[in-house]
Ligand binder design. Structure first.
Ligand code: C5P
Length: 231
């Protein structure tokens, strides 16, 4: 079976990474969480004191881009890929609300996107990859073999995200999480640089009423049909 490229885009907290990880594990592919990369530059900017009260100076952020070394390492205990920034495991820190509240502004900076997209294309140059994000099928890999565009009811997304944060020891309110999801969706779909849009050849997957197993089965069937054609 040829190794294909799978691009998954969609709104915040639609379960893109859950599906992407399950697909990568099932197919023996690499998984890249492109959102984690934008979260890292946001975390680094916060650590450097370059973001204050949700505002920042773009030129200062652009200057620190070359300092950022990003890598993903497979954790044999959790069996998940974890994000490393300048040699440190930041998987937990990049999921904090303070990072979520600022990441869409930082990811809209042109120079930030140019650098991240370069790394993403390098990681995916040999195929056999599942990458999730906001512009993977439209911009990073416009020739991806399979493009999915994921969506789900905002209240269901909020509850899923809240459950995830609670399980990690963070306790924001339902409203705080919902407002964050909706404002990120707004910023991500309205920015000038590579906004979130549905690629013309993407398959829409609304998983509001689907279990994880059902959505995985649905996509594996798509891949099966597709690879028969690619073979
Ligand atoms: O996927 P996740 O929710 O962790 O992404 C965090 C943020 O990173 C998104 O809200 C978006 O602003 C940005 N992002 C992006 N392009 C991508 C992936 C994520 O702009 N390909």
């Amino acid at each position: 079976m040829p190794k294909i490229t799978i691009a998954i885009d969609g709104y915040s907290s639609c379960g893109k990474s859950t599906l992407a990880k399950a697909l990568a594990a099932k197919l023996g592919y690499a998984y890249v969480d492109s959102g984690a990369m934008y979260r890292c530059i946001t975390l680094y900017s916060l650590e450097k004191g370059l973001i204050k009260d949700h505002s920042f100076i773009e030129d200062e952020i652009i200057k620190i881009i070359p300092e950022l070394q990003l890598s993903f390492e497979f954790n044999p205990i959790t069996k998940l890929s974890e994000t490393f920034m300048n040699g440190k495991n930041v998987e937990k820190e990049i999921r904090q609300m303070i990072v979520s509240e600022n990441v869409s502004k930082i990811s809209a900076i042109k120079a930030v996107r140019t650098r991240m997209i370069m790394i993403q294309r390098e990681l995916g140059k040999n195929g056999g990859i599942v990458m999730d994000g906001r512009d993977i099928g439209t911009n990073v890999f416009p020739s991806a073999d399979l493009k999915l565009f994921m969506t789900a009811d905002p209240d269901i997304r909020t509850q899923r995200r809240l459950d995830e944060l609670t399980s990690k020891g963070q306790f924001p309110t339902f409203l705080e999480v919902k407002q964050n999801l909706l404002s990120r969706d707004y910023e991500d779909t309205h920015r000038h640089e590579n906004p979130l849009t549905q690629a013309k050849d993407a398959i829409v997957l609304d998983n509001s009423d689907l279990s994880r197993e059902q959505q995985l089965e649905f996509v594996l069937r798509l891949i099966h049909d597709l690879t028969l054609k690619v073979d």
